[in-house]
Design a protein around this ligand. Structure first.
Ligand code: IMP
Length: 179
């Protein structure tokens, strides 16, 4: 039924699995001997972060923040609001932020600066998708699953008005759904 609202599939379920395997292996190699703190930005991070950490064969600690920059529409508001903060210290920690997508880059930039201000030793970004054409701040995620064009996408954590996060792939919504 959800499939009916999708114009085209941009990243298939199989491709997402391959991305998670490759990125998980790379992160394991890069962080071997360390105990990184993987921070997920709710709620979009949930499916990809879950898949990514199960592809890592080193010890990791998981934590979550609820941060929003979109308020129900398809354009970023530019406002970054923290509605759930971390309940642990990040001082001296190596942090990997697990994200669904980096678009304008505002959310990640604000959170990265906050974590560094709080004493994080390093902060790197692992994102399933990157939309560099949407960037308004200077920022390049260190780990990118797939670069996509400046289109509004849903699925695998990404929502439109809180819906479609549970699609097992990433796709472009039919205009008729949001127009
Ligand atoms: P940024 O601060 O503009 O980089 O936005 C990051 C957040 O905006 C992501 O974590 C998503 O929640 C949301 N977002 C950006 N692009 C899309 C999209 O194409 N579909 C759904 N949500 C998006």
């Amino acid at each position: 039924m959800l499939d009916n609202d999708i114009e085209k599939v941009l990243v298939s379920a199989e491709e997402i699995k391959e991305i998670a395997e490759k990125m998980g292996k790379q992160l394991s190699d890069d962080y071997r001997g360390q105990f990184p703190l993987v921070i997920g930005l709710l709620k979009g991070c949930v499916p990809f972060m879950g898949m990514l950490v199960t592809e890592m064969d080193i010890h990791v600690e998981l934590a979550f923040m609820d941060v929003s920059s979109y308020h129900g529409g398809i354009e970023s508001s530019g406002d970054v609001k923290i509605s759930k903060d971390l309940d642990i210290s990040v001082s001296g920690r190596d942090i990997i932020i697990a994200e669904d997508i980096v678009d304008t880059g505002r959310t990640i930039k604000v959170i990265t600066e906050l974590l560094k201000y709080r004493g994080a030793k390093s902060v790197k970004i692992a994102t399933l998708l990157d939309k560099p054409a949407g960037r308004v701040v200077e920022l390049s995620p260190e780990y990118v699953g797939k670069v996509i064009p400046k289109e509004f996408v849903v699925g695998f954590g990404l929502d439109f008005n809180e819906k479609y996060r549970n699609l097992p792939y990433v796709g472009v919504l039919k205009q008729s759904v949001y127009k």
